[in-house]
Write a protein of this length. Structure first.
Length: 418
């Protein structure tokens, strides 16, 4: 009976026992493989615990089982960039439908999904649970130049495809949307359709009362996004922490990071300020702390460098840092030795001895000072080679001696027998 029940299921395990000749065809043998569709939800959830949330969502789409995904947040930055960049609109749509994103998803970040136009986000239309949507598809949008922003390597997201979906969300009276992050390319172009949408977004957001997470005072803001041309904050959402998505009133004014262009409440990301006024969150590290003088500086004012050997952060005034001109090694002047980066007084260049040694072997090391710095290493390696040669001689002589002793013993035994 058990065998019959298994055979009759849609995701069956066919052992070929129903054939008249009892042998079973090759098709029956292939169909006898275990199908993942017969696994219970608990097993799929157990497998999903070892995968990033985005991988779980893709698994749910592949096997058409929503049980694989049990989260309310989907962030594509936690998978390999090459894989994320290959996802199409069809893939994205299938994933969102499989996990019932319109009724489940609170956070969606499509960072890395540079191949989608936005049509695949259509299953989110009319969502009343989505709170945070990050449309910055590219990892490099915050650091590339203005010209590179419009290349095909950054974002292919289409305003025409995405804005209607966003309009359907903000049109809901019971919407949950708190934070919307727009692609940097859109903010650079400043198109009229986008400016019109931001005006509609402002009207929708200003219609609800908010409570400040800093002072607990209720407030209503009229300008959530600056949609008027001009100003460095065009297209950036205000009055919202980009981490916890809690609201911040005008009087409290959340700390603004000059690197990632995001604002945060005091509880989520403490800021570091340079003496020039530049601010940076802890994730960006655009402003760093010097352990010696106890001050913070940005890279433009006074770079703070981390020594790879003593693991101390110090500014250039407190400790000189040496950087190899050929590789990425660096260390402070106190840690400079034959194994690290050293300054050569002859050629006046900073290099590590590994790079110097490679240049010597290739015949590219002309500086006498650099050659002299390699002498201890060369002597040490020669001594090591000499020890290996002596050990090899010892092993060979011992082997030869054993062979001679065995041959002599055979000769003696042969004479005795005769």
């Amino acid at each position: 009976m058990a065998a019959q029940r298994i055979h009759s299921s849609s995701s069956s395990i066919d052992f070929g026992h129903d054939d008249d000749d009892g042998t079973g065809s090759s098709f029956d043998q292939l169909s006898s493989c275990l199908s993942i569709n017969i696994l219970p939800d608990s097993i799929l959830q157990f497998i999903g615990e070892y995968l990033p949330t985005s991988s779980r969502a893709m698994m749910a789409s592949a096997v058409s089982r929503s049980a694989c995904f049990d989260s309310d947040a989907l962030d594509f930055s936690d998978i390999d960039r090459d894989l994320a960049s290959k996802l199409t609109d069809s893939d994205m749509s299938s994933i969102l439908v499989s996990i019932d994103a319109v009724n489940r998803l609170r956070v969606l970040k499509i960072i890395g999904c540079t191949n989608i136009s936005g049509v695949g986000l259509d299953p989110l239309r009319g969502s009343t649970v989505l709170e945070h949507m990050d449309l910055t598809t590219s990892f490099i949008e915050t650091i590339v130049s203005d010209d590179d922003l419009f290349s095909s390597n950054t974002s292919n997201l289409s305003e025409d495809a995405v804005i209607p979906m966003l309009d359907s969300i903000i049109a809901k009276k019971d919407r949950a949307l708190k934070l919307l992050e727009l692609p940097v390319v859109w903010k650079m172009k400043k198109s009229k359709p986008l400016a019109a949408f931001m005006e509609r977004y402002n009207n929708a957001q200003s219609s609800r009362a908010c409570s400040c997470c800093e002072c607990s005072v209720d407030f209503q803001a009229c300008l959530w996004m600056n949609h008027c041309k001009g100003g460095p904050d065009w297209g950036l959402q205000r009055h919202t922490c980009y981490d916890c998505t809690e609201n911040i009133c005008i009087d409290c004014e959340g700390a603004f990071c000059d690197e990632c262009k995001k604002s945060f409440c005091d509880n989520c990301s403490p800021m570091q300020y340079c003496e020039c006024g530049k601010a940076s969150c802890m994730d960006c590290l655009g402003v760093e702390f010097c352990e010696s003088c106890n001050d913070t500086f940005c890279t433009e004012c006074r770079p703070v460098c981390l020594c790879e050997y003593c693991n101390r952060n110090r500014c250039m005034d407190c400790s000189i840092h040496l950087f190899c001109s050929h590789c990425s090694k660096s260390n402070c002047i106190q840690c400079a030795n034959e194994d690290n980066v050293e300054w050569c007084e002859v050629c006046e260049e900073d290099n590590c001895n590994d790079c110097r040694y490679e240049a010597l072997k290739d015949g590219r090391l002309d500086c006498k000072g650099c050659r002299g710095m390699l002498l201890p290493r060369i002597i040490q390696e020669n001594e090591a080679q000499q020890r290996e040669i002596e050990m090899l001689k010892f092993v060979v002589l011992n082997a030869v001696s054993r062979e001679i002793a065995q041959d002599n013993a055979k000769l003696v035994n042969g004479c005795v027998v005769v």
